[in-house]
Design a protein around this ligand. Structure first.
Ligand SMILES: NC(=O)c1ccc[n+]([C@@H]2O[C@H](COP(=O)([O-])OP(=O)(O)OC[C@H]3O[C@@H](n4cnc5c(N)ncnc54)[C@H](OP(=O)(O)O)[C@@H]3O)[C@@H](O)[C@H]2O)c1
Length: 306
């Protein structure tokens, strides 16, 4: 069975999506609404994405300050928490958004009487403060797992689909930062297991509604492994951009990014992101089908060329 012909026979619930207007949130909101659930979409400005049905209610809530969060979750049976930042800025830290923001989301959900709480974590999370992002995701996960909510944690690999973060950034890097030559960290063998965001949305819904999934942690990836070098080749293929690949030793790129982090914050990759390449970003190839009974779609970023 594929995700497209998956049956959706479950009682409708009221589900709050925290971080609804982002890349993952957009797909999750659409999928939950199509499956017949009442959806409350939370983001900082209470915005709405084109394509959402009118039945989707929007509310403003900020996990970093807590403003609007308790009110935003009122009346929800379940919540899915999608807020995290992949890079720190002078205004937003991992501690404030990824860790304390998760704490606020959990406390507000408990206060509002939400029972099921699905948390988006990431492959490679680790209890190691040297890897800032993955450590912040680890701490966020622990807050959820230590709570008395009916929690489910999903740890996906990189997610692809129109509007994605990672693969669009590879295209941007090729287009604007790689005149003739594109730098590849190390030998480019860092391995990923890209998963379609619409398949993840199916996993989110099953995690929200299936009673027996409470207390589960799922590592999720697509049906194939892709190295960073292969991903760059694929993005070049679908966009028609041709660049010479130049392997750059990790210590050299680390030294460069420790400078660009301070003086050139728009540089496409942060020092922390380079360090996190040492962590695995893949799991077993059949992890998704074993957990959710559907075959995830193969990697396809042809939308980057349109
Ligand atoms: N994308 C991937 O490849 C990937 C892979 C593995 C795991 N994940 C995880 O999946 C989750 C969603 O990622 P994404 O790619 O969808 O991120 P995204 O596109 O950046 O979306 C983040 C969402 O959070 C909202 N938000 C940001 N700061 C907020 C705050 N302080 N309070 C309330 N809402 C806030 C944003 O809306 P406003 O800015 O409008 O408020 C937006 O709706 C994250 O936990 C991420 O770590 C993503």
């Amino acid at each position: 069975m594929t995700s497209q012909d998956q049956p959706g026979a479950t009682a409708p619930m009221t589900i709050a999506v925290i971080g609804a207007t982002g890349f993952v949130g957009n797909s999750v909101v659409s999928h939950l609404a199509r499956a017949g659930h009442r959806v409350v979409a939370l983001s900082r400005d209470g915005g709405r994405r084109a394509g959402w049905p009118d039945s989707v209610e929007t509310r403003a809530a900020d996990v970093a300050s807590g403003a609007g969060l308790s009110e935003g979750l009122q009346g929800a049976d379940a919540a899915v928490h999608l807020v995290a930042i992949p890079r720190q800025t002078k205004d937003e830290s991992f501690a404030a958004v990824n860790v304390r923001g998760t704490q606020r989301a959990v406390e507000s959900a408990r206060g509002a009487g939400v029972r099921r709480f699905v948390h988006l974590s990431a492959l490679g999370v680790i209890d190691d403060p040297k890897l800032d992002f993955l450590y912040s995701k680890w701490l966020g996960e622990q807050i959820v797992r230590d709570s008395d909510l009916e929690w489910v944690v999903l740890r996906p690999s990189l997610l692809f689909g129109p509007g994605d973060g990672f693969f669009s950034l590879v295209r941007t890097t090729l287009k604007w930062w790689s005149p003739g030559i594109v730098a590849i960290p190390g030998d480019g063998s860092a391995r990923f297991q890209p998963l379609a965001v619409d398949d993840l949305a199916v996993a989110v819904e099953r995690s929200l509604v299936d009673a027996d999934r409470a207390g589960s942690v799922y590592e999720l990836g697509g049906p194939e492994y892709w190295t960073y070098r292969q991903i760059v080749d694929e993005v070049m293929k679908v966009t028609g951009m041709r660049r010479f690949r130049l392997g750059m030793p990790i210590p050299l790129i680390s030294a460069l990014t420790s400078v660009t982090d301070r003086v050139l914050p728009i540089f496409p990759v942060s020092h922390d992101q380079i360090q996190s390449l040492q962590r695995p970003n893949s799991t077993e190839l059949d992890a998704f089908v074993r957990a959710f009974g559907i075959e995830p779609r193969p990697f396809d970023v042809s939308y980057l060329g349109r």
